[in-house]
Ligand binder design. Structure first.
Ligand code: ZN
Length: 434
């Protein structure tokens, strides 16, 4: 087999590509064959049998996607597993392990080193934009946000970055959140939080919206990330979103408990979420890892009602979440892996339909970025697979992809884990042969 040769200028005709129809404009079949003309770093034309006086590259039916958009990550927590594992695999154990690691280790240098490592992984895999949550309580606010702002500047033009301030919902009962919201506003970030079912949840959610409306901030909340059928946070957020007129500006992550609630109640909540214009982001790999964790065999998949939310008109995105930290022991910020695994976990096939939008155009809309679509005029940030159809794409790990940035082949390698060894001196010496 001959590998395609790409011209260094980036001006070329990509011949015989397979395109997911949902990522093009207008009604399209699920997959279609066609050519893409790339000129001056942008898609200049899409269509059958194009001609142009530029070098042609025959993709032989290989699939072409736009660069990935990862709506929900934790770049500050990532790659801590060697020193902060999750001994029980539960959500509660993860919270405690991260808290201990944060207090002991999260200096600006530590956070920056791991964040940069994670971004290089995502970049090599073909991701063009990432929203990350940042643990922001107490002294961490003044450590992680300056690191993030520097990282966002350093990575401008490669990965567009957004950040959300993450604190436990309880923190919204204290005055600390005023300072936090100021930092978020000055940094162009979003306000967020995470919490389990609690009696004063309504008041705490009202406070979040007080701060958001006051400072004109979008909201992104970890919502009902539990197996508790009595969880009510999603419904409360929907009501508050409508009351404040914040439709379209609120994203709720996880929403796991929706899947195990009374179907009639769940239908009512979904209708309210749709009416509130709330976006939902599901994190299937992490939900599968954490939810229902108990000794023995797990009996539920942990994900929210992806199909029902989408069918009700809710913008549903799918994202990475954690990587090699107590909330998820694996992961590499590879959205091709997220897509493949999500299809399996959530039955997003038969047909795959418009689910490719959940990691491209929908999160781009939510992040208000002009990315995630195959359209004339779009920047030619593309991911090229050898796979020609869903069966080939989803059956094999897609390590042989080619990433184009502004039409040029990206020469970026995945960083080596050994780069991080100095962050784990204790873990390194453990288990060495005597
Ligand atoms: Zn998360």
């Amino acid at each position: 087999m001959t590998e395609p040769v790409f011209p260094p200028s980036g001006d070329m005709l990509l011949r015989d590509a397979t395109l997911p129809g949902s990522l093009l404009d207008g009604p399209q079949p699920e997959l279609l064959r066609g050519d893409l003309l790339i000129q001056n770093g942008r898609i200049a034309a899409i269509g059958p049998a194009l001609t142009a006086s530029v070098p042609a590259v025959d993709l032989d039916g290989g699939m072409v996607w736009p660069g990935f958009v990862d709506l929900h990550t934790h770049l500050d927590k990532g790659h801590t597993w060697p020193r902060a594992s999750n001994t029980e695999g539960t959500h509660m154990a993860a919270v405690q392990a991260v808290m201990a690691d944060r207090q002991a280790n999260w200096s600006a240098e530590d956070v920056a080193t791991r964040m940069d490592f994670a971004l290089r992984c995502a970049y090599a895999h073909g991701t063009v934009a990432i929203r990350t949550h940042l643990d922001s309580f107490g002294p961490q606010l003044d450590i992680s946000w300056p690191v993030f702002r520097q990282m966002r500047a350093d990575w401008a033009g490669r990965i567009a970055l957004q950040a959300v301030a993450l604190v436990q919902l309880d923190a919204y009962g204290s005055d600390f959140v005023e300072d936090m919201a100021d930092v978020v506003a000055e940094s162009g970030g979003l306000i967020g939080g995470s919490g389990a079912l609690q009696p004063n949840a309504s008041a705490l959610i009202r406070r979040i919206f007080d701060l958001a409306v006051d400072r004109d901030l979008d909201v992104d909340l970890h919502t009902d990330e539990s197996g508790d059928p009595n969880a009510r946070t999603l419904a409360l957020i929907a009501e508050e979103t409508i009351r404040r007129g914040w439709q379209g500006r609120v994203t709720c992550g996880h929403c796991c408990s929706l899947a195990i609630q009374d179907p009639r109640y769940a239908r009512e909540v979904i209708a309210r979420v749709a009416a509130a214009g709330i976006n939902v982001v599901s994190l299937p790999m992490v939900n599968l890892y954490l939810q229902g964790r108990k000794p023995g065999t797990p009996t539920w998949r942990g994900i929210t009602l992806l199909h029902e939310l989408r069918d009700a008109g809710v913008k549903v995105a799918v994202a990475s979440d954690n990587t090699r930290d107590p909330f998820y022991g694996f992961g590499d910020l590879d959205m091709a892996e997220v897509f493949r695994e999500s299809v399996r976990i959530g039955h997003l096939d038969l047909p795959v339909g418009n689910w490719p939008r959940a990691m491209t155009s929908i999160p781009a809309e939510i992040m208000k970025l002009p990315a995630g679509r195959l359209r004339v005029g779009a920047v030619a940030d593309l991911v090229l697979f050898r796979a020609r159809d869903w069966s080939e794409l989803l059956s094999r790990t897609q390590t042989r992809r080619i990433v184009l940035r502004e039409g040029r082949v990206l020469d970026a390698e995945l960083p080596d884990y050994r780069e991080l060894d100095h962050l784990f001196p204790a873990a390194q010496t453990e288990g060495e042969a005597a």
